[in-house]
Design a protein around this ligand. Structure first.
Ligand code: GSH
Length: 214
């Protein structure tokens, strides 16, 4: 099963972690933004990562790929069947892919991607504004949602946790971590989920890559 993309993308990192939690082996082809790789172009009609090629079956979009993997390998269940738990899980996946990603992306793109990989200055004012104004209400929202179990849904690991934690690795790559004084639950939660084996390998490789590109 080939997965096209770089785990520097929170969408790709989420799929890699999801597959790892299910012990599904992925052959990761590390394409970059706008990559001309013909296999990638076939699997992702709009050249967005991640994209999957499962023996000729092509699928783009992290959430579509995750639902496909869940149906193929239901054990362990990472998308609950019970109606409310499933609804909450999909909400957190969507929250992470849209609201959290947009906020984290403003920091990661302008502070890391533009200067280190595109050879141009990022919009640092936009990054600072996202950190100062957009991020705090999102962290406060999560602070009120994280149960004592340390898992967002059903008191066990689900897609909700993998989706929500993933963009925090990008924040960490630009030196932004939740403040344990203002958001103690979020700080503990993010550290615990990103320390799982399913994330740790990707994040260590990303950190080494970013250090080489510095
Ligand atoms: N909804 C998509 C979003 C994928 C996405 O936007 N990926 C970004 C990288 S973080 C990308 O490939 N951007 C390239 C482009 O927009 O041309 C998903 O969940 O996979």
């Amino acid at each position: 099963m080939i997965l096209y993309g770089s785990t520097m993308s929170p969408f790709v990192r989420k799929v890699v972690a999801f597959a790892a939690e299910k012990q599904i082996a992925l052959d990761i082809k590390p394409v970059g933004l706008g990559d001309p790789d013909p296999g990638f172009a076939l699997a992702s009609p709009f050249r967005k990562m991640p994209a999957l090629d499962d023996d000729g079956f092509m699928l783009a979009d992290s959430s579509a790929i995750i639902h496909y993997l869940e149906a193929l390998h239901p054990d362990p269940v990472l998308i609950p069947a019970e109606a409310k738990a499933r609804g909450r899980t999909i909400w957190f996946d969507e929250f992470a892919d849209t609201i959290l990603f947009a906020c984290g992306g403003a920091m990661f793109f302008n502070r890391v991607v533009a200067p280190r990989f595109l050879g141009r200055e990022g919009d640092l004012a936009a990054a600072d504004k996202a950190e100062r104004e957009t991020l705090p209400p999102l962290l406060d929202y999560l602070e009120g949602e994280i149960p004592d179990s340390g898992f967002l849904v059903d008191d066990r690991l689900t897609l909700a946790d993998l989706a929500v934690a993933s963009p925090f690795a990008n924040l960490a790559h630009c030196g932004v971590v939740p403040d344990p004084t203002r958001n103690p639950k979020v700080a503990r939660y993010v550290a615990a989920i990103l320390a799982r084996e399913s994330f740790a390998g990707s994040i260590a490789r990303e950190t080494a890559f970013l250090e080489r590109a510095a």
